[in-house]
Design a protein around this ligand. Structure first.
Ligand code: ARG
Length: 573
């Protein structure tokens, strides 16, 4: 694809004195208001070298480049040269690019296959997988797709919360009141019940606490009976989580969670000691981070057991040694900001320079319109139930909308659109913002929603079906005569499509999938404007082919965008 900035810089270079090509390129601006041109060149900096007033310089440059076929129009306004790209050239270029690249449009080679770890989802086993977990899961999945599209080799890790004293309690409870069948039938709900019952019983029978502690100690030592039970709880929980991952189309390369590091910890405790970072405090071992304003980090408890933070340090080193990551990204709630600041600091104090390549990508809370969630009070909304409900509600809408189109695979579409709606909503807001989950907003086919965008994609598909194979084939083979695509709505749509690859990179660099989401909405809206303003399937064959080519490009860009969010783009709905 033509890099217009670069081409313009080359043209300008012939007119200005004393500036390198790269300097000129940096000076070229994209005006906020498209009435001021597609690109603008400010001439203030040139006054000194060229010994003229900036407006005069601008005037000279404008006159000098006005004949260039890259431009439709060149204007001087004060100290600026405002340049309007030839629409025909521009649109032709973008259509060729999108249509030849197909699924690869939007991808880049920026990452040069450098290894990047994205850690996301990471739920705690034997605990409900609730609506709160959707954030890390979906944001992380999208970041994986975005980094993959940027040409990095991404390793997807689910750092399961599968270790800690609570498993002593759970095993203890199971031995007293448990039932195998119940665990198999409904693992998470059952295990949670045991856990709750343990706490109630322990109030009147404190000896249970000791028993649980002993069990956990045995688990740490690797006693077969305890390990077997723990392993079983883990497997059953994972089966439940997998159901949700399958619904969302999400996969991982590794489920190495906290337990994986349980035997790797002594090395780090020793190392912290040797490096003089560890201090005793009432039998426990801590790293004092007060001088950095980060409080105190507890590394081992007084009984010698290790903690969450210790396992994170071990995991980071393991990941560096195993994957030699270029970046190690953690998609974890902002409530854990301090935790990450603390251990990133400890890692760097230990002398691991790659602490700087570890990135915490925080996000805000999700709450329900009906009130806040609380695991302890049983006010939990399971993610699986939310997704099922979304599919069910979507099904009703689709059935109603499709009284006559018998070719729509209702079940499939309801799944793709229902689940997509939840995902899209999740990725619509700036991730750091708290937001309230709201059904009406999620499933609105006309708002800035997943269904709206998918519907726009299906509309593109429908235009192509109606255009017929011959016209589509001509459009696909680069035969579009772009003089038919110079209307304002066609041009604006093409411009947004042109921006898509840069948007993907921007989203990756800012760890912000919502940048992609918003751009998809913009493209969809621009398409719909084009669709309403213009007659696409016109008599004139050449005009029809050109317009169909633009529809193809829009469809492709929207589809690729949705794929980066982890969403499907149905052909009919
Ligand atoms: N299991 C944790 C939780 O549910 C999240 C783990 C985040 N990842 C990490 N490496 N600490 O709160």
């Amino acid at each position: 694809m033509v890099n217009f900035k670069e081409e313009i810089a080359k043209v300008l270079a012939e007119q200005v004195e004393g500036l390198e090509l790269s300097e000129i390129m940096d000076m070229i601006e994209v005006p906020q208001d498209s009435k001021m041109g597609d690109y603008a060149f400010p001439c203030f900096k040139l006054a000194k070298v060229m010994r003229k007033a900036p407006p005069l310089i601008a005037k000279g440059i404008a006159a000098g480049i006005s004949e260039c076929e890259l431009f439709e129009k060149v204007e001087q306004v004060n100290a600026y040269v405002n340049m309007f790209i030839s629409k025909e050239e521009f649109v032709k270029d973008i259509l060729d690019e999108v249509i030849t690249k197909g699924d690869d449009f939007g991808k880049s080679e920026l990452g040069e296959h450098k290894p990047v770890i994205v850690e996301y989802s990471s739920p705690n086993i034997a605990k409900p997988f609730h609506i709160g977990h959707i954030r890390s899961t979906v944001i992380g999945n999208s970041l994986y797709k975005i980094y993959d599209a940027m040409g990095y080799d991404v390793i997807r890790i689910n750092h399961l919360g599968d270790y800690g004293t609570q498993f002593g309690k759970m095993i203890c409870a199971y031995r007293h009141w448990g039932n195998k069948e119940d665990v198999i039938n409904e693992p998470i709900k059952t295990l949670l019940e045991y856990y709750t019952k343990f706490h109630i019983e322990a109030e009147t029978h404190p000896e249970l606490e000791d028993e649980a502690r002993e069990i956990f100690a045995k688990l740490e030592k690797g006693e077969p009976e305890e390990v077997e039970l723990w392993q079983w709880f883990r497997d059953e929980s994972l089966k439940e989580f997998t159901k949700v991952y399958e619904m969302l189309g999400i996969e991982f390369d590794s489920y190495n969670g906290e337990s994986f590091y349980s035997d790797k910890m002594p090395r780090f405790v020793k190392e912290l000691e040797e490096k003089g970072l560890l201090q005793e405090s009432q039998g426990a071992k801590i790293v004092d981070l007060e001088e950095y304003g980060l409080g105190v980090a507890l590394i081992t408890k007084s009984d010698g057991s290790t903690l969450y933070i210790t396992r994170d340090i071990a995991a980071a080193v393991y990941r560096k040694e195993t994957y030699d990551f270029y970046k190690n990204i953690y998609v974890v709630a902002s409530q854990q900001n301090l935790h990450f600041q603390q251990w990133f600091k400890i890692l760097s104090l230990m002398g691991y320079e790659y602490a700087k390549d570890c990135v915490h990508v925080p996000f805000g809370l999700v709450s329900l319109a009906e009130g806040t969630m609380s695991t302890r009070h049983g006010r939990v909304v399971f993610l699986e139930d939310v997704l099922n409900k979304a599919v069910e509600k979507t099904r009703e809408i689709i059935v109603e909308k499709n009284q006559e189109d018998s070719e729509v695979d209702i079940d499939q579409v309801a799944k793709e659109v229902g689940i997509g709606a939840v995902v899209f909503q999740e990725l619509s807001n700036n991730r750091i913002k708290d937001y309230v989950f709201n059904w009406d907003k999620v499933l609105n086919f006309d708002g800035e929603t997943g269904p709206y965008v998918q519907y726009t994609h299906a509309r593109c598909a429908s235009v192509l079906r109606r255009a017929g194979e011959d016209v589509v084939a001509k459009a696909a083979s680069g035969q579009a005569d772009c003089k038919y695509l110079c209307s304002e709505s066609a041009y604006q749509l093409a411009k947004l499509i042109y921006k898509f690859p840069a948007v993907v990179i921007d989203a990756g660099e800012k760890y912000e999938p919502s940048i992609v989401t918003r751009h998809i909405v913009d493209m969809a809206q621009a398409f719909n404007r084009f669709y309403h303003d213009e007659h696409i399937l016109v008599e004139n064959e050449d005009e029809k082919v050109a317009k169909v080519a633009l529809v193809m490009a829009a469809k492709n860009a929207i589809k690729n965008g949705l794929a980066l969010l982890g969403m499907k783009a149905p052909e009919r709905m």
